[in-house]
Design a protein around this ligand. Structure first.
Ligand code: G16
Length: 554
């Protein structure tokens, strides 16, 4: 038996959720596919969440969302006790369970996980869940609850939350009553934590002009409205694209992914010179800023720009604060700061960070789960994907040092306070568009900067990202943090030859882990060259490697 629950009971419940004839893969951010293909996956993730909870003796989170993907898609991911992404070795269990063909196969897989992970089945399990605004969410929540209930989990259902809010709740619940208590596990607790940190941070500085926030017609809209209510006059935000109940609107020609890929403003909002604007994605874990300049040219401030803004500010403060961090071997040394990027980072941003700010810039594979782990190696680990997904992590030693240090001059004291304020303002569990927005607003406020001033830190190299649909995207195998292909070799050789033709040329091909497409990224010295390079390679991918549908062109 499974901690007092019989295999028969699990099999009976599983009968309502037969597996369709598809193969599921646990991708960049969990399972993602059409919503109507996911009930069987949800039920099984319910079973597995219980095992993960029992395994750690902690509360586990389950988020139902397909984030930036189209409205008909949905997805699910498991959240670890401190709000991190699921431990990678468990992704295999997820895949195996999702693909179990029969009820017996489900039982066998559960048994295997229990024995391999040595899970004490007699302890209680606790799981918190939430969903985004997708219409398929209702049915998928029911399937998930059926899985959790058959395993007799203690369940808290938050209904609709942004993905980062769910991560926050999980961290709060697991740290409650400990010295690392993260906050109250309620939406009000979340808003109040961010608001009080923001308010302290900007105290005495003139307020910025209105910020237009495109919410991608997703869950960010109602949640941002709740925050604004609490913040009152301390911030001036206009919520745009907030039609969460109109079918077909979610992420459609709006939201952070659309803005980043098209390098143009979203539909559904007015953008005039002088306006300050940003876009969230469908579950509010990504953010990009933008404006149009006086010549009406669209200017994007993406994840790389946010990383550079945050890193630059933190380095300034660290220099003034001049704090030494105690190390495990008894020595002390200055704050170690790093900025983690992926292959999609604009070459100019990497150059700026490495050669102007003189900060180490390690690269990882795409997926915040990879960046997060790398960032944990620093006292202050800034990580952002170019698409606007990221956060800043502070080590325990750094947080303690900020709390315990007193400056000997007012400047030093201020800098220490600022660093400490950032640890409260920035969501430590995961990249969070709302928290990142307040971070950007806070830094711009204290620096007295316009978006133009921020944008002038460095100039992006022209770039183009294209999606190419192929019959089998799994034939493309990336190496070297996604910058090269191990397979097909022939394609990598063509890329190498093409890239040589353009000054500052860089190009790579990578299968998406959230959509059934291949991404082609190119950058070069001019927009024309970036486009040429991209569409040459996109065309080769399409022609020689099983392109489907329309051939990419510009
Ligand atoms: C997810 C991941 C991100 C990743 C993005 C695109 O974002 O959390 O780390 O950059 O997918 O991944 P891929 O290129 O594999 O499609 P989101 O906002 O969809 O959760």
């Amino acid at each position: 038996s499974f901690g007092g629950i019989t295999a028969e009971a699990i099999k009976t419940a599983a009968k309502a959720y037969p597996k369709p004839a598809v193969t599921y893969t646990y991708g960049t951010a969990g399972f993602r596919t059409k919503g109507d293909l996911l009930p069987s996956v949800m039920f099984r993730i319910g079973l597995l969440a219980v095992l993960r909870s029992k395994c750690l003796g902690k509360t586990i989170g389950v988020m139902i969302t397909a984030s930036h993907n189209p409205e008909i898609d949905n997805g699910v991911k498991l959240v670890e006790p401190l709000g991190e992404m699921l431990k990678q070795s468990w992704e295999g269990y997820c895949t195996e369970l999702a693909n179990a063909e029969t009820e017996d196969a489900i039982i066998e897989t559960l048994k295997k996980v229990i024995s391999e992970e040595n899970i004490p089945m007699d302890v209680d399990s606790s799981v918190v869940i939430a969903r985004d605004t997708r219409p398929s969410g209702d049915l998928l929540v029911k399937a998930l609850l059926d899985g959790l209930n058959v395993m007799k989990a203690d369940i808290k259902n938050y209904d609709m939350l942004t993905t980062p809010q769910l991560h926050y709740m999980v961290r709060c619940i697991n740290t409650k009553g400990t010295p690392d208590a993260y906050g109250e596990p309620t939406t009000d607790g979340y808003y109040n934590k961010l608001y009080s940190a923001f308010k302290k941070f900007i105290a005495g500085k003139p307020k910025l002009s209105q910020l237009h926030v495109d919410c991608a017609n997703g869950v960010g809209a109602p949640k941002l409205k709740e925050l604004i209510k609490i913040m009152g006059d301390d911030i001036d935000i206009k919520v745009e694209n907030d039609q969460i109940t109109t079918k077909g609107k979610l992420n459609y020609n709006c939201g952070a992914d659309y803005v980043k890929l098209n390098q143009s403003q979203p539909e559904g909002m007015e953008l005039k010179p002088g306006y300050r604007a940003c876009s969230l994605d469908g579950d509010a874990d990504r953010i990009v800023y933008y404006y149009v300049d006086n010549d009406n040219v669209f200017r994007l401030l993406d994840g790389d720009k946010i990383a550079s803004l945050a890193a630059g500010y933190i380095m300034d403060m660290a220099k003034t604060a001049n704090i030494e961090i105690p190390r495990e071997d008894g020595s002390k040394s200055p704050l170690k700061i790093g900025v983690v990027q992926t292959a999609y980072a604009n070459g100019s941003s990497t150059d700026y960070l490495r050669n102007k700010l003189n900060v180490p810039v390690p690269f990882t594979q795409t997926g915040v789960k990879h960046l997060h782990h790398e960032a944990q190696k620093y006292d202050v680990g800034v990580y952002f994907e170019a698409n606007g997904h990221g956060t800043v992590l502070f080590s325990d030693a750094a947080i303690k040092a900020f709390k315990n240090s007193k400056g000997s001059t007012p400047e030093q004291e201020n800098a220490i306070k600022s660093l400490q304020g950032l640890t409260e303002l920035i969501n430590q569990a995961v990249g969070d568009a709302i928290s990142d927005m307040l971070l950007v607003e806070a830094i711009l406020t204290v620096c007295g900067w316009t978006l133009e001033q921020w944008n002038s830190q460095y100039t992006d190299l022209p770039s183009k990202q294209e999606k190419v649909k192929v019959a089998n995207r799994h034939q493309f195998k990336c190496i070297k943090a996604d910058t090269e292909l191990a397979e097909p070799k022939e394609l990598q050789e063509i890329i190498n030859e093409e890239v040589k033709k353009y000054p500052h040329g860089r190009c790579f091909v990578r299968p998406s882990g959230t959509e059934d497409i291949v991404r082609v990224y190119a950058e070069a010295d001019t927009t024309e060259n970036a486009l040429k390079l991209n569409y040459t390679i996109s065309g080769v991918v399409f022609d020689k490697f099983g392109g489907v549908g329309e051939r990419p062109s510009y």
